[in-house]
Design a protein around this ligand. Structure first.
Ligand code: FPP
Length: 244
């Protein structure tokens, strides 16, 4: 950890809420689907930029557990877009030494989509550059609930004692177990809330909210958000060297 006043290191883990596709499209008199399509282009730019900057983990909120309540046609379009993205980009990502991971609830997903996730993860498992974590059918409370249930089953089976449960144990039972917590969370689109994203993991995360809609996101905006982060003074509840 750096002392107060100093410039921090690069964030090891950046999480993004990619918001504003629909508004981006409406502003142009286009259907929401056009915004999502441009959103995929922004996603590609961002993955490339993050990889080039040496960011270790990039976690993207691609579809929340709440997104199922959108009109059926939009849900279908988003799922198809994700399928197409995986089909067309996984080989490139693999060549770029990117490791793909998917978090969220896979229970109840179409077997073919689950199969695509599993294949992409297996193909890229040994890759050592950027870890690209795609949050799909993801909700923070649901993730914590699944972890608590898994722990309850272990207690009931006598594998662990109730007092063995610590914050670290809970963290390791989340979908993100083994990953570092996000240093920086970026949300585009002007809203300033977490929307059930990485609730446990963001206890000490720095938030940067930017007004631009997601389809306009690019390497410059990522650099700016990272610079904002690096100038922040993270204290983790303690005091910095300057104020101590
Ligand atoms: C928010 O825009 C974005 C989403 C609901 C999902 C993010 C999806 C993409 C970036 C494109 C899809 C890419 C993949 C790989 C699935 P919004 O629709 O909430 O925008 P609004 O707030 O303006 O309505």
């Amino acid at each position: 950890m750096s002392a107060g006043g100093g410039m921090k290191d690069m964030p090891g883990h950046v999480a993004i809420i990619m918001d504003g596709n629909g508004r981006w499209a409406s502003l142009r008199g286009q259907p929401r689907s056009a915004g999502h399509r441009q959103g995929v282009e922004a996603l590609r730019r961002t993955v490339r930029a993050a990889s080039g900057m040496g960011i270790g983990v990039l976690t993207l909120y691609s579809f929340s557990t709440e997104n199922w309540s959108r009109p059926a046609a939009e849900v279908r379009f988003l799922l198809e877009l994700l399928r197409r993205y995986i089909r067309t980009d996984v080989a490139d990502l693999h060549r770029a030494n990117v490791r793909i991971m998917v978090i969220g609830d896979r229970e109840g997903l179409e077997p073919s989509l689950r199969g695509m996730f599993e294949e992409a993860e297996a193909l890229t498992r040994e890759n050592t550059a950027l870890k690209l974590v795609i949050a799909f059918n993801y909700g923070g409370r649901q993730e914590i609930t699944r972890a608590v249930r898994a722990l309850a089953h272990k207690v009931a089976a006598g594998k662990i004692a109730p007092d063995d449960i610590t914050p670290a144990v809970i963290g390791n039972h989340l979908d993100t177990g083994g990953l570092p917590e996000p240093d920086l969370l970026i949300r585009t689109g002007g809203e300033q809330r977490l929307s059930n994203y990485l609730l446990w993991q963001c206890a000490y995360t720095e938030f940067v909210f930017i007004p631009d809609y997601w389809p306009d996101f690019d390497a410059d905006r990522l650099h700016q958000a990272v610079e904002t982060y690096r100038l922040r003074d993270r204290r983790f509840g303690g005091l910095t060297a300057q104020t101590a």
